[in-house]
Design a protein around this ligand. Structure first.
Ligand code: HPA
Ligand code: MG
Length: 221
């Protein structure tokens, strides 16, 4: 799959000091830096929404949100696609929305096993144009497992939109069709990305600190 170009944050990119932007007080001691401030996330999603609306806007499509991390990207992306449709007579089509839940992380480690917990059944996929919405593609293995499951239901087409792609040596090579930012190989939180369910209530994408990992670890007392 080829993808459009995206914003690439280089390996030596430091982001912003936490003092420059507002973060919830309870996370101030748990972050090393702000990698992507929320305003920039929103501006980038506006362009992704336009790319998607122009390319998918010929036939109705089904949006499949990968929970839990995808919920904020889904909400903001759909809002911006709707905004675009309000002013576009050529590319305006209805879309339906479905959810699936996958999980393979504990603390900051991939458990290696992808658990699929269905929220919606998948029979709706047959003959549909499907847009999968994901927060982050890390190794890409989760998405490959998901795509294998989805393809069995014989959709007409499948595209994948991921806000983030991590540059990692353990990548399976999978590339989404729409990507907001390519980021260095660091464990990040915020904008619905969690560490043991914390940090979803943080609007910026941030690098968690060692202290943050300990404070919110599942294994600490
Ligand atoms: N942070 C949170 N969740 C994730 C990450 C990450 O860096 N990579 C894959 N899932
Ligand atoms: Mg995810």
């Amino acid at each position: 799959m080829t993808r459009k170009s995206c914003i690439v944050l280089p390996d030596d990119y430091k982001g912003y000091d936490v003092d420059y932007f507002c973060v919830p007080h309870h996370y101030e001691d748990s972050l090393d830096s702000i990698l992507i401030p929320s305003g920039l996330i929103q501006d980038r999603i506006e362009q992704l929404a336009r790319d998607i609306a122009v390319e998918l806007g010929k036939e109705p499509f089904a949006v499949l949100c990968v929970l839990k991390g995808g919920y904020k990207f889904l909400a903001d992306l759909l809002e911006k696609i709707k905004q675009y449709y309000r002013f576009s007579s050529e590319n305006s089509v209805p879309f339906s929305v479905y959810f699936i839940r996958l999980q393979n992380y504990e603390d900051n480690h991939s458990t290696g096993k992808v658990k699929v917990m269905r929220v919606d059944g998948l029979s709706f996929l047959q003959n549909k144009n499907v847009l999968v919405v994901e927060d982050i593609v890390d190794t890409g293995k989760t998405m490959q497992v998901l795509l294998e499951i989805l393809e069995k239901k014989q959709p007409k087409s499948i595209k994948v939109a991921s806000l983030l792609v991590k540059r990692t040596s353990s990548s399976s090579g999978f590339q989404p069709d729409y990507v907001g930012f390519e980021i260095p190989d660091r464990f990040i939180v915020g904008y619905a990305l969690d560490y043991n369910e914390y940090f979803r209530d943080l609007n910026h994408v941030c690098v968690i600190s060692e202290h943050g990992k300990q404070k919110y670890s599942n294994h600490s007392n």
